[in-house]
Design a protein around this ligand. Structure first.
Ligand SMILES: N[C@@H](CCC(=O)N[C@@H](CS)C(=O)NCC(=O)O)C(=O)O
Length: 218
């Protein structure tokens, strides 16, 4: 089977999206941890592999790829068989997954990165505008997943993997989660995946130390 190396940092949500995809496909990965505390991603060894010095990055034989959503598409394309519902071949089904992957990259994950994860890393107080952005992003997911099992329909796709790692509501939002019942049902469904905890626990352990999230007033 596969002998793919995946460069990761445990605190990186997109790395976990790739790991969830690999688990769903049953593709083993050789994990190569980078120490971001010592800026190992900037070492000549790694920048030779990925000049953008980002994780996740995979090496599959002599092929190197980074950007988590591209990696997820690649893994399904290579190991998913003829037509895999994780990233379906049908034009419109695939377009829906692509739309969410683009939305995640450009809006959803970015919103959480700028308004939750970076302030947490930098230990800065969130502004009222930042708090509003977070609530808006969560409300959007709630609408998106209304009447659906997963983000695009009845089948789980790589869009679910991409978005669930940023969603991480127990860290992102400490307020009243019952305001987002559809999103919470979807999140619970994702948490019930047999490999969800195994893949994400180290990330959760790391971010728990930051005590991030919003309080009830927002
Ligand atoms: N859009 C990229 C984001 C990759 C990214 O920025 N990763 C961060 C960790 S979450 C990183 O590697 N930062 C280190 C650096 O930029 O030096 C993806 O989804 O793969």
């Amino acid at each position: 089977m596969a002998n793919i190396q995946l460069y990761i940092f445990q605190g990186s949500p997109p790395c976990h999206a790739v790991m969830l995809t690999a688990k769903a496909l049953g593709v083993p990965l050789e994990l190569k941890q980078l120490d971001f505390m010592t800026k190992e991603q900037l070492s000549p060894e790694f920048t030779q592999i990925n000049p953008d010095h980002t994780v996740p990055t995979i090496i599959d034989g002599d092929f190197i790829l980074w950007e988590s959503r591209a990696i997820m598409r690649y893994l399904v394309g290579k190991y998913g068989g003829e037509d895999n519902s994780l990233y379906p071949r049908g034009l419109q089904k695939r377009a829906e997954v692509d739309r969410l992957l683009d939305y995640d990259l450009g809006v959803f994950y970015r919103t959480l990165l700028e308004n939750v994860w970076r302030p947490a890393r930098d230990r800065t107080e969130k502004t009222k505008e930042q708090e509003e952005q977070i609530v808006k992003a969560l409300a959007r997911i709630d609408t998106l997943v209304k009447d659906k099992k997963y983000l695009t329909g009845n089948d789980i796709t790589i869009a679910d993997f991409a978005m669930v790692v940023g969603f991480a509501i127990e860290f992102v939002y400490r307020g009243d989660k019952t305001k987002y019942p559809n999103a919470m049902t979807w999140y619970k469904r994702m948490q019930e995946l047999p490999y969800f905890k195994e893949v994400n626990q180290s990330f959760f352990d790391l971010v728990e130390q930051f005590k991030i999230g919003q309080d009830e007033k927002s």
